[in-house]
Design a binder for this molecule. Structure first.
Ligand SMILES: [Ca+2]
Ligand SMILES: [Ca+2]
Length: 125
């Protein structure tokens, strides 16, 4: 395990006591840099964008709001910073009508941003 300390840089956790002494760290002092990689429009996390993504988003929005979207950035298919009906429509327009200018990046290759958050996306490394 490696830690990043602003004053020292990378330090190995097992050597941390040999490097220097600091105040205790809290878990909230650390965060992932850059966020997880994901594929925009892939609402159901199967590494492809198809009609099932629109259906799973509609299900989340109108039938089962407790169904957790593990990667809200992926569900934001039109990249407007919100997850709503327009994302399901954008996916359908892209797939069947070729409208809407396609799905914004990161698509068709994985990428990242931190607009809405992505807690879990298994297929991009
Ligand atoms: Ca999918
Ligand atoms: Ca959106």
């Amino acid at each position: 395990m490696e830690l990043i300390d602003a004053g020292v840089g990378f330090i190995r956790a097992d050597l941390a006591t040999d490097v220097h002494t600091t105040d205790p760290y809290d878990w909230s002092d650390f965060s992932l840099s850059g966020g997880l990689l994901f594929l925009r429009g892939d609402t159901n996390n199967d590494r492809q964008v198809d009609i099932s993504d629109s259906i799973s988003l509609l299900r989340h929005l109108f039938i089962d709001p407790d169904a957790i979207l593990s990667c809200r950035d992926a569900a934001d298919a039109n990249a407007d910073g919100a997850v709503d009906l327009s994302d399901a429509v954008s996916i359908v327009n892209y797939l069947f009508l070729g409208q809407g200018g396609g799905i914004p990046q990161p698509y068709p290759e994985c990428g990242q941003n931190e607009d809405l958050g992505c807690d879990y996306y298994p297929y991009c490394r």
